[in-house]
Each structure stands twice: as C-alpha cells, then as structure tokens.
Design a protein around this ligand. Structure first.
Ligand code: SAM
Length: 245
C-alpha cells in the first residue's frame, strides 16, 4: 500500500529484524536510510540487493520535497536508520511531520529500540519513564538538564557514549547521589552487560574498566515519585475494598 513506512531494524542482534520489516524493505518502491554503506550490510545479511538512498533531517527541504513527491504519487517509501527505531534520536521527524500534515499515510513497523530494551532489563520501575535523549555535552548544561528532571515521577532514560559516561556519572553523583543508576551496554550483542549501583559506585567500577560500545543510562525515580506509587497502591486497595463490599 502507498505511504511512508517507519521500519525498525536491529540494535545489534540481526535476528531481531521482524518478518514484516523484511517484507516491507523488500517490496517498498524506495528505501531511505541514514548511511547507505551502513545499511547495505543489513541488506546483504538478508540477501536483499536493492537501491538505497540517503535521508537526513538536515538534508534540507529539497530532499524532503522529493520524498514527499514520491509519496504524493502513491509510492510506498520505507525509512530506516542505522539501528533501532527511526526518529528516536535519529532522522525522520521532519519528514513524518510534513507527511502527516498533508494527510499522507504513515505506518510504523515496530521493532527494536535501545530505550525499551534497557528499561525492561534494568530492574528499575517501568510503569512510568522519561526519555531524555542524549544529555548535553557541556558540564553546566548537563547539571541543569538533570536538575530540571528532578520532579519527573518515573525512571529517567538517556543515550550515552563511552567518552562521556564518566562525566555523566559525575553529574548524576552531584544531582542524585542516592538514586540507583543502571548502565546498559551493547544490548542484544555479544558483550551485553547491565551494571547497577549509585553513580559513585558505577564510576569507581568504570575507573578500573572503562565502558565501551553503545550505552543506555537509566536513573531510578526519586523519593517523591516512589511515594506517589505507594499512594496509588493504597488508593487502589481502598477502591477495591469498597467495590467488593
Ligand atoms: N534509533 C535508535 C534506537 O531506537 O535505539 C537509537 C539511535 S541513537 C543515534 C544511538 C544511541 O542509541 C547509542 O549512542 C546508544 O546510546 C543507544 N544504543 C543503540 N544501540 C544500542 C545497544 N545495542 N545497546 C545499548 N545502547 C544502544
């Protein structure tokens, strides 16, 4: 069917591609990706040889217009990123925004995303969470960003890089010294690990063995949020009691 297909690809383990993703990627009129050389490897792994074109949100209006034109003509266009779900800390938002504004059909083809994989395996609360993207690279902005999230009543989730994880943990030690932190690395890959502790404990461990590869950083909700959860449970029990009377 015509429309824009947002196709999730694996974040490491190639077997995580979905059957639907393979069929959409094989049959779409056009496939746009972040980096054609990178995505070529994915297509070769599944014996799919086909033309790949590049798209970035910073590609500019002209590139976006060309894709929108294809969609207006009734083509099926697939968008993938280097890994995981497109638009999640990856290109595609402006294209989808414009497609939706024109009433063009947009189909999600769900699959891996590092956010949910890290969250569900971290042991931190999953009922509510806030994805903060990448923390700012500058120290002042990083501390401020962490501080503005103090009242968020859920687990905080960030993407990180090995070169900045030390600085991020130092900032967390300053702002949230008592909260439990999880560092999930290389999810679905050979060296997958999830380390937990306070920011100080993790920083000490990483001094011995600096983390490598791709990283998701998670911070447990604060006391205030935990209290709210307990309150909800008390309220629920009370409501159940009244209901059965
Ligand atoms: N669109 C992707 C997704 O849905 O997960 C995220 C793209 S973002 C540019 C790349 C960041 O995602 C990495 O720096 C890392 O923080 C995180 N990431 C991607 N794959 C990962 C993996 N296998 N393990 C841990 N983190 C990963």
């Amino acid at each position: 069917d015509p429309g824009l297909y947002l196709v999730s690809t694996p974040i490491g383990n190639l077997s995580d591609i979905s059957i639907r993703a393979l069929s959409v990627l094989a049959s779409a009129d056009r496939v746009y990706c972040e980096d054609t050389r990178h995505s070529r490897k994915l297509f070769s792994a599944f014996d799919m040889g086909r033309k790949l074109e590049a798209y970035h949100d910073f590609s500019g209006e002209a590139d976006r217009e060309r894709i929108l034109d294809a969609l207006r003509e009734g083509k099926a266009v697939a968008l993938i990123s280097d890994a995981g779900t497109p638009l999640i800390a990856d290109p595609g938002y402006k294209l989808v925004r414009d497609a939706v504004a024109e009433g063009i059909r947009v189909y999600p083809v769900p699959g891996a995303s590092a956010i949910l994989s890290a969250l569900v395996a971290s042991g931190l609360p999953t009922d509510r969470f806030f994805f903060g993207g990448f923390l700012p690279p500058k120290e002042g902005a990083r501390l401020e960003a962490l501080e503005t999230m103090r009242a968020v009543p859920g687990t905080l989730v960030f993407y990180e890089t090995p070169s900045r994880i030390g600085a991020a943990l130092a900032a967390i030690e300053t702002v949230y010294p008592d909260r439990m932190v999880a560092v999930a690395r290389e999810l679905t890959k050979l060296h997958e690990t999830i380390a937990k502790g306070t920011a100080r404990e993790l920083a000490a461990a990483f001094e011995i063995e600096p983390p490598q590869g791709e990283i998701v950083l998670l911070i447990a909700p604060g006391e205030a949020a935990a209290a709210t959860e307990a309150d909800v449970e008390i309220a629920l029990r009370a409501a159940l009691k009244t209901a059965t009377l």
